[in-house]
Every structure is written in C-alpha cells, then in structure tokens.
Design a protein around this ligand. Structure first.
Ligand code: HEM
Length: 455
C-alpha cells in the first residue's frame, strides 16, 4: 500500500537537503503537505506527522499499536542497551530505575551546582573577547551530567571523559561530517584519520574510562551514593541478576550524550533570543530583578515569564526536531490514510511547532504566546511524548532556566553579529549553525533587589 503524500524527489537529494538544511527541507515539504507526508530521508521509508490529532494517536496508542523501532543513528552513538533502544518490560524497568536520579529532590539538589558552574564558566571569560554561547552551555551541561551520572565532575578520569566527549561531539559540528551517522556505508573504519575511524577510536577510549569506573565502583560499593551509576549497579532484574557491564556502559553513554548536547543547545538559543529580541531579554531580567538574589531555585524555575521564554526557545528551534520513530503493530488509520502493520511513523516536532493555526507568525520569537494560551502535549512537544517522552525533561528545563537566570541577571553580553542565527544539523539533533557568537561587556551587581550596570 503506498504511503501518504510520498515525496517524489530522489532520496539522495532529500538526504543531502536533510543533512545540510534540515529545517529548510522540512519547511518545503510541510508547505506541500501540512499534516502528513512520507519520505525515506532518514534511511527507511517513514510517515511523518505534524497534525496534533495524528500525534495524539502516535503518543497515546491506547492499544499499543505503536512501538519503538531500533534507530541506527541513535544506535551508532549509544549502543544496543541505552534507553532509546530498549522495548517493553526492559524499557519500563530502566525508566523506573533512572527516574529518581533525574527528578524531585535529587534534581533540586543540583541547583547550587548549576549556578556555581555557570558562575565559574562565566567568570573565566575575558571582557570583550568573542566566545560562543554553545561552548558555554556545553561546558556547564557536560559537568552537570557528569555529576548526575557519577556523582562527581572533578578528578583526572572526569577531565579525560569531558575532553573525549568533546572530541566525540566535534565532528557533529559540521553537518557534512555528521552525515556518517545517517549513512551506514560511511561507517567504515578506514584508519585513524577517516571520520568513522576517528569516531570509533574516541568511543573506545571513553569505553575504557567508563569500564574502569564501573569496575572500581563494583569493587567498593557505597550504599550512600545516589548517582545514576550507583542505581544501575544495585539494580537487579526479575531473576535477581545484576546488569552486565555493557548494559551499564550504554546507559551511562546515553545520559552523558542525550543529556548534555540538547541542553547546551537550548541554553545557547536562550542567550541568542534574549539578545536578538532585546525586549524579551529585558522582560526576563525585569522578572529576575524583582525576585532579588534568591537561591530558592524552585521558585526561579517557576517564574512565569522565564518559563514562557524557555518554552518559546524550545518551540522555535527544538534541539530534537523529530521524535524517535515508532512502528505499527497493527493497521491504523491516521488522518484518513490507511497504514499497514510495520509502517514507521515519526512526529515532525519542528513542523508542528511552526503551524500557523497553532502559533500565528511562527517565525516570530514571542514568549507571550505561552502566557496567552495553553498548548496540549500534541501541539507543543519539544520532549516528544507518551511512554518515550524524554526522561531528562525536568532536569534540562531546571538547568536551562537556572543557567539563563544566572547569566542574564549577573552579566552583560552582546551578540557579535546581529544577522539571524540559523539551526544546522548535528546528527540526530540541530544546534545554532555558528554557535551564537557573543562578547561579555560587563557584570551587573545587585543593589537593593535591583541590578545596576558596572564596567
Ligand atoms: C533541552 C533538552 C532536551 C531535549 C530537547 C530532549 C528531547 C528529547 C526527545 C524529543 C526525545 C524523544 C521522545 C519521543 O520520541 O517521544 C528524548 C528522549 C530521551 N531523552 Fe531527551 N531531551 C533533552 C534533554 C535530555 C536530558 C538532560 C537527558 C538525560 C538526563 C535526556 C535523556 C533522554 C533519554 C534517555 C531519552 C529516551 C527516552 C526513552 O526512550 O524512553 N534528554 N529527548
């Protein structure tokens, strides 16, 4: 049975467009087919849905009509046992196991660390010298993830891990280099200088460090630790078996990567919008100023304008612009199109976020839209939905808000280039093409609950 609204352009042309300009590709296709289309752009022919009714069906699947299909792009990074690769009971159990480390009191306990790291990274920036907001976001979010995953972010092993993860992410900076994640035939180790060869060697060094950490922790268990690695080491399955080293390694890898890249991107976009649309940035600062120099991190997290600002940041250029693919277990009708068992279906998050009928003037950055109305989980979905909804959502929002609140209330920054910054492909996600180039022009200081400019 033909798939709905199949894109006729040759697949290699689509792949090229996807790798070089994913949003441009989606926008062109979305103009022709605003609700649903089919394409083989990510390796296998799949149906992409952007109409909220179809997304609701995809995410809520009351009769378990949709399940996850293993994804080669994600697998190339996280291996076979990371959360996005697990299905059924194994998936449910791992989610349950990981949840406490990423939510509630544990999450709140990272507040001071996030603010201190932000202050540490920002205070090292020289005045009036260019830096990229993305590098700042990455430095902070990687250290936060090391703390969440291992309970530590200092010491030789963590420094090595930090450097190697940076190296592993480096090829993703270039859309063309990151294309090896999409194209299995490029995944050939042709020596240390070939893109895949380099990637494999760095991954191996990271593995060695992770396995060394796992072995040490197994040898000296500490029941008082609450980090993710400790939770995984203690966990047993229904037969009372502990997790194998490779399963633990894949889960650690998943969190280190899934957790820091996307959050770093969101922080960078937040800094961009606060300065590219200065009225919006000023409103965030005004709200923070009226709040004073508080360390009540949960109240900062709940500030209405800051929340609307972060929502709009994740709407306009969501770091993950498509959801993980699901596959049909039985025939389904979506928006009047009959789909057969085995069909792959994804939600195109970016296109849903740019629907005129939901978000008038969608290209305009306007946080107020989130204060004026509430959007359903099928209209606003930067973290996906259903049983696959991002497990790090609460932590990444907490982190993004605290980092932005700290920087915007304490520092004066300027964009170097006021030309619009556009998103570029980074493998399975997108990020600002030029990293958001900025300079630090001064520090703001608190005076009687308001902030005055210095320097
Ligand atoms: C702004 C930051 C982030 C964004 C935009 C984001 C987005 C997403 C999206 C769209 C999905 C797929 C959901 C679906 O298909 O329905 C996902 C899954 C996932 N995310 Fe995130 N994410 C972010 C931060 C994080 C963080 C901080 C962590 C870890 C602490 C994390 C870990 C994961 C994991 C493990 C999954 C797979 C869930 C599963 O298969 O059950 N993410 N994320």
């Amino acid at each position: 049975m033909p798939l709905p609204n199949q894109i006729k352009t040759p697949t290699f042309v689509q792949v090229f467009q996807w790798v070089t300009d994913p949003m441009g590709f989606l926008e062109k296709v979305g103009q022709q087919h605003p609700d649903i289309f089919s394409s083989a752009v990510t390796g296998m022919n799949s149906v992409y849905v952007q109409h909220p009714a179809a997304i609701q069906e995809l995410f809520t699947n009351p009769k378990k009509k949709f399940v996850l299909v293993p994804n080669q792009i994600v697998q190339a990074i996280i291996g076979d046992y990371g959360l996005p690769m697990l299905v059924g009971e194994a998936h449910r159990r791992q989610r349950q196991l990981l949840m406490p480390a990423l939510h509630g009191d544990r999450m709140r306990s990272y507040g001071q660390l996030i603010v201190d790291l932000t202050e540490q990274v920002m205070s090292q920036l020289p005045l009036n010298q260019p830096f990229t907001a993305r590098a700042v976001g990455q430095e902070i979010s990687l250290q936060v993830m090391l703390q969440v995953v291992f309970g530590l972010y200092e010491g030789e092993r963590y420094q090595q891990l930090k450097d190697l993860i940076g190296l592993m992410c480096a090829p993703l900076e270039s859309p063309l280099h990151s294309s090896f994640l999409f194209l299995p035939f490029l995944q050939k180790d042709l020596g240390a200088w070939s893109p895949w060869g380099k990637y494999v060697r760095v991954r191996q060094q990271i593995d060695e460090l992770l396995y060394a950490e796992i072995a040490e922790r197994r040898a000296q268990p500490d029941p008082n630790r609450t980090d993710v690695l400790s939770l995984l080491l203690e966990a047993t399955d229904q037969e009372g078996e502990h997790m194998a080293n490779i399963e633990i390694r894949d889960q650690l890898f998943t969190l280190l990567f899934g957790g820091h890249e996307t959050t770093a991107t969101t922080i960078a976009w937040g800094l961009y919008w606060a300065h590219h649309v200065p009225e919006a940035g000023e409103k965030v600062r005004k709200e923070l100023d009226s709040f004073g120099a508080s360390t009540d991190f949960i109240s900062i997290y709940r500030l209405p304008y800051l929340t609307a600002f972060c929502n709009e940041t994740l709407r306009i250029y969501p770091a993950a612009f498509i959801s993980t693919p699901r596959v049909l277990l039985e025939p389904v009708e979506l928006l009047g199109h009959k789909l057969e068992t085995g069909t792959r279906v994804l939600s195109s998050v970016y296109l849903t976020h740019h629907r005129e009928d939901l978000y008038p003037q969608p290209k305009q950055f306007r946080p107020e839209r989130f204060l004026e109305r509430q959007f359903s989980p099928y209209e606003y979905l930067p973290f996906g939905g259903g049983e696959r909804r991002c497990i790090g959502e609460a932590l990444s929002l907490f982190e993004t808000k605290l980092v932005l609140a700290t920087i915007l209330s304490r520092y004066e920054l300027k964009l170097i280039d006021d030309q619009p910054e556009l998103p570029a492909s980074r493998g399975a996600t997108t990020a600002p093409a030029n990293g958001v180039k900025m300079v630090l022009t001064g520090r703001r200081v608190s005076q009687d609950r308001t902030y005055a400019r210095t320097v």
